[in-house]
Write a protein that binds this ligand. Structure first.
Ligand SMILES: Cc1ncc(COP(=O)(O)O)c(C=O)c1O
Length: 436
């Protein structure tokens, strides 16, 4: 729903409230304002000039109420009222634009969705309560029993569980492309499919899938291509420009990026969001809390600054660790040693804020993690604080040893999410911990 179309109840609302509460004229006088309550009819961002991305991130989709507040208003309410039964009926029939219930839509959540869509260059966005609900809804809204889904082999374990355990329980056939080569993708997509789901770069080993190639093959197979763009963030990679149809985010990661709230989002064409995704989420209910949307709106304002600095630091840390005694491998898409460096440079602005680091054994990895004094041990990523995790025993623990091995996760693999600290302190922390 476009905010500007939301009708203003104005002074009727106040008289009605005063009457029904029996508070009389003094309440009316106390609450009377020069400007009516509710939304202005003109959008605050009415510039017809093309604005640069950093301006859009601060001002995009901002809608002010009659109070003309600087920052976005937080509508922390579950329901909405109607002037009449007829208006309620018309709202449910969608002949009148009116919020119904915060499970379906809420003004603060709408601002977050519209701003994120503007940043991404997508026609539409829908916010969800977590990245996993975004991931599940993005695929589940498309498929029925007997449909085929094709997925990349290296990904966050919960996404892998949804694809290889949960959807097959309901008769959806899922083929995983473990070998990330053009031939393997061509083979997998030589048969019809309904959806293709890829994560690039992958969590935790930063494997890169060729988005443009897979988009072309997906479309030939009759499938929509859904990209989990969490590891790159909206700042470093634009899958829609490379031919993808749908993007999903864990807003918990770089979008919040300050360790505060969970959130998720799905972006795509208006047709996909309105006619496929929203009918699914409307009834299954993975809605984003208006409070989280309000926090995330503020986060979007600083996302580009944060992600750019974190990505620069991640590359500096990766270069500093590469080749150090005791370090078996460093996985970062922009390092010369990365097998898909050229592809990563084609489809990403920078190599991401995360790298993977491999030591000889689990004992060596645990020793390093326990010796760190600046970097925290935590399973989140994309945060302003640098965080290190041991995927085999935490984020990817749910996968059996064979699947972990196929994804390249060894007992000595650690994922390092680089934050906003001075990279010199991070490099020193890691070097001292390696020697401990
Ligand atoms: C690549 C990727 N996709 C999806 C998710 C799920 O996001 P959330 O934890 O917000 O549900 C994560 C979480 O770590 C992730 O790393």
């Amino acid at each position: 729903m476009a905010l500007k179309q939301f009708s203003c109840q104005g002074n009727n609302f106040l008289t009605h409230t005063a009457k029904t509460r029996g508070l009389g004229v003094s309440f009316w006088a106390m609450t009377k304002r020069a400007k009516p309550w509710g939304y202005n009819q003109t959008p605050s961002t009415s510039s017809d000039r093309e604005l640069h991305p950093d301006t859009v991130a601060v001002r995009g989709a901002l809608q002010r109420t009659g109070f003309q507040e600087t920052s976005e208003a937080l509508f922390l309410n579950s329901g909405f009222t109607y002037d009449s039964a007829e208006q309620a009926e018309a709202s449910f029939m969608e002949t009148e634009d009116h919020y119904l219930y915060s499970r379906f839509g809420n003004p603060t959540v709408t601002m977050f969705e519209e701003r994120l869509a503007l940043i991404e260059g997508a026609e539409a966005a829908h916010a969800t309560g977590s990245g996993m609900s975004a991931m599940f809804a993005s695929v589940a809204c498309l498929v029925s029993a007997g449909d085929r889904v094709v997925a990349s082999g290296a990904m966050f374990s919960s996404c892998y569980v949804v694809l290889t355990e949960i959807l097959p329980k309901w008769g959806v056939l899922v083929d995983v492309v473990s070998e990330n080569t053009p031939e393997a993708w061509e083979r997998a997509l030589s048969k019809p499919a309904k959806a293709v789901f890829i994560e690039t770069p992958s969590n935790p080993l930063m494997e890169i899938v060729d988005i443009a190639m897979v988009a072309e093959l997906s479309h030939k197979a009759g499938a929509l291509l859904i990209v989990d763009n969490v590891m790159a963030s909206p700042v470093l990679q634009k899958p829609l420009e490379l031919g993808a149809d749908v993007i999903m985010y864990s807003a918990t990661k770089h979008i919040d990026g300050q360790g505060r709230v969970l959130g998720g989002a799905v972006l795509g064409t208006k047709q996909y969001i309105d006619t496929q995704l929203k009918p699914f989420t409307r009834h299954t209910g993975p809605s984003m809390s208006p409070f989280n949307a309000w926090v995330l709106l503020k986060s979007l304002e600083t996302m580009s600054m944060r992600v750019n600095k974190m990505a620069d630091s991640a590359f500096a840390v990766a270069q500093a660790l590469d080749g150090l005694a005791g370090v078996k491998a460093v996985h970062h898409p922009f390092l010369d040693s990365h097998p898909s460096q050229a592809l990563a440079k084609r489809q990403m602005l920078k190599g991401g804020t995360t790298l993977a680091l491999e030591l000889e054994s689990k004992a060596a990895a645990f020793k390093l993690m326990n010796a760190l004094q600046v970097i925290d041990i935590s399973n989140n990523l994309g945060d302003s604080r640098s965080l290190i995790t041991h995927p085999a025993s935490s984020t990817h623990r749910r996968l059996d040893a064979e699947t972990q091995a196929k994804m390249g996760i060894t007992a000595g693999t650690m994922r390092l999410s680089v934050g906003l600290e001075d990279p010199r302190d991070l490099i020193e922390d890691l070097k001292l911990a390696l020697k401990a």
